[in-house]
Design a protein around this ligand. Structure first.
Ligand SMILES: Cc1cc2nc3c(=O)[nH]c(=O)nc-3n(C[C@H](O)[C@H](O)[C@H](O)COP(=O)(O)OP(=O)(O)OC[C@H]3O[C@@H](n4cnc5c(N)ncnc54)[C@H](O)[C@@H]3O)c2cc1C
Length: 536
């Protein structure tokens, strides 16, 4: 694959760098996972492996989504399966933190989540695109109830600490004004003959009509304070009833000010294929998927089992692991085959006798850094005061994102929002802080968008993914060059071992990637075990 996008020869990396510089880290992440890297899931249906050879055994390392999908399907085919999992819970990055949960990160800091019953934060995955048919299919099979995840909210805030005196603007006003000004300029160019060589006269009339509607332009194709514009951007005084009914139209932001503010940067995020409505989330937290798989697999998963060595020979695979409840203890598990889903950031530190191509691939992939912070407040002031029901506010401050719960509207009790979703260098800065310092930083920055923060804050938790002992990072950060050199070697069987996980997919940073890589790996495993088909 070439490192070139359809945008006229610009390399993906250059484009990402540009997006990162102009639009900030949140937008870069969205683009990173979307620029052809996360094209439509190639899901073609659930696996139908057929019967396993009699007595065939498989060891699966890691009970994240990839490991549990592999275990679920291989068991169905008749393989004797055992899963070794480091944590005392299943799910891996599929994880929900609720009141009463504790989490100890690398460095030894333990956080005790003190959210009220029913409230939660998803430190990892939090949204499911409608076209991720693999992971959605398992939600259906396992009875995981889904509800809408609100990505775009026209009433959320867009904030730049450098623009409009630091005053946040509504998404709808920025969107309406950006479209309106662009529409007016294009209409002007059309009606003054500037597009004569590009567009036929007949099409110019159609273009003008479409711009008028698209940009909320008046009869003279101008974007100005008007009923049309206010119908998009909102009113200074809302239409009402009786004598106070007459609405007051609002005045658009000036074009220059709008361009300078760079608030337009986040407008297309909801247009990216992975972020288009409908998006979904499991009712009660993303962790419900991992929990459902764990219930289904029961005693197949051996928890608190830290794999410390993987060895294979012609007759099978031997894995040594430590029972983390009894540090220093050593146990051994054996099987005919091994599906290893341990993140490469950890696998690279575990002795494993695979050939050089796979070893080089394991060592080559860096992991993105990210920090997510959940904040509980005494009341849902974003709904009560700001009329924001779900969706996301964006800021150019390091916290980048404030996301409001997509459910529980009008709840009278406390509420939890995602108070920060930090990326890149800023994430490393946050990772170097203590959890309490991260929460304090999120509060100090978030207060610029929501002045209610200091009075309403209750408690918070902060997960820095590079300090997560079970992942050591957020997701595998492939580049086109790395893929060209290592991807196939990573995914190919090495003797009796095959790797699976989001890192072994073209949908990095998505659970769908974990599902599809597991499907692909077990299909090849089954072909090998039954000596059918190519030995990839
Ligand atoms: C911040 C963030 C946001 C994300 N947002 C989304 C989103 O909105 N939607 C979405 O679909 N995806 C999202 N993702 C991506 C998604 O979480 C992953 O793609 C997916 O969960 C990876 O599954 P996996 O099975 O490959 O890996 P993991 O979930 O990491 O599973 C690997 C397992 O191996 C275990 N393990 C590690 N070391 C050992 C060892 N030595 N011995 C035994 N076991 C071990 C781990 O404990 C873990 O259970 C996000 C991820 C992050 C971090």
């Amino acid at each position: 694959m070439h490192d070139v996008t359809a945008t006229g020869g610009m390399t993906r990396r250059k484009l990402l760098r540009m997006i990162g510089m102009t639009a900030g880290s949140a937008a870069m992440y969205q683009a990173m996972t979307s620029l052809g890297l996360a094209a439509e899931s190639n899901f073609t249906g659930m696996p139908a492996l057929g019967a396993a050879p009699k007595g065939a055994t498989v060891l699966i390392l890691g009970a994240g989504i990839a490991g549990m999908v592999a275990a679920y399907e291989l068991r169905k085919a008749g393989y004797a399966v055992q899963v070794l999992e480091y944590n005392a819970r299943a799910g891996g990055r599929n994880w929900t933190l609720r009141g009463g949960d504790s989490y100890t990160e690398l460095g030894g800091e333990t956080q005790h989540c003190a959210f009220d019953p029913g409230l939660y934060i998803n430190p990892g995955p939090w949204r499911l695109p409608y076209h991720h048919r693999g992971i959605l299919g398992y939600c259906k099979q396992l009875g995981v109830a889904l509800e809408p995840f609100i990505q775009i909210n026209y009433n959320s805030w867009l904030h730049s600490h450098r623009a409009f005196g630091g005053k946040p603007q509504r998404y709808r006003t920025v969107r309406a004004d950006y479209h309106g000004h662009v529409g007016e300029l294009l209409a002007k160019a059309t009606s003054t003959g500037k597009l004569d060589t590009e567009v036929t006269r007949e099409d110019q009339q159609k273009l003008l009509a479409s711009l008028q509607w698209w940009g909320a332009l008046d009869k003279d194709y101008r974007y100005r304070k008007s009923a049309e514009a206010s119908d998009r951007r909102g009113f200074d005084r809302e239409p009402g009833g009786g004598l106070s009914a007459r609405p007051e139209f609002s005045k658009p932001l000036e074009l220059g000010e709008l361009l300078d503010s760079r608030l337009w940067q986040t407008l297309p995020l909801g247009d990216l294929y992975d972020m288009q409505q409908s998006l979904m989330q499991p009712v009660g937290g993303m962790g419900k998927i991992g929990e459902a798989f764990a219930r289904e697999l029961g005693s197949l998963i051996r928890y608190q089992s830290k794999v410390v060595e993987i060895h294979q020979d012609e007759s099978g695979v031997r894995v040594n692991y430590e029972d983390t409840a009894a540090p220093g203890s050593r146990h051994e598990a054996r099987a005919d085959w091994c599906v290893c889903t341990i993140p490469l950031s950890i696998l690279g530190q575990i002795p494993i006798n695979v050939g050089q191509p796979m070893a080089d691939a394991i060592a080559a992939l860096p992991y993105a850094s990210s920090v997510k912070i959940g904040l509980q407040f005494k009341r849902r002031f974003w709904e009560e005061d700001d009329r924001i029901f779900g969706g996301i506010s964006y800021t150019d401050l390091p916290i980048s994102t404030i996301s409001y719960p997509s459910s529980g509207f009008h709840g009278n009790g406390k509420g939890v929002l995602l108070g920060a979703y930090v990326w890149g260098t800023e994430a490393m800065r946050f990772t170097a802080m203590t959890p309490a310092q991260r929460v304090a930083a999120a509060l100090a920055q978030g207060e610029q968008i929501h002045p209610q923060y200091p009075a309403e804050f209750d408690n918070g938790v902060a997960v820095a993914w590079h300090r997560s002992p079970f992942t050591l990072g957020c997701f595998g950060l492939w580049t086109e060059a790395l893929r060209a050199q290592h991807y196939d070697n990573l995914c190919r069987f090495d003797g009796r071992i095959v790797l699976a996980g989001e890192h072994a997919s073209y949908l990095p940073a998505w659970q769908e990637g974990a599902v599809l890589s597991a499907h692909d790996a077990i299909d090849r495993l089954h072909r090998r075990a039954t000596s059918k088909g190519a030995m990839a």
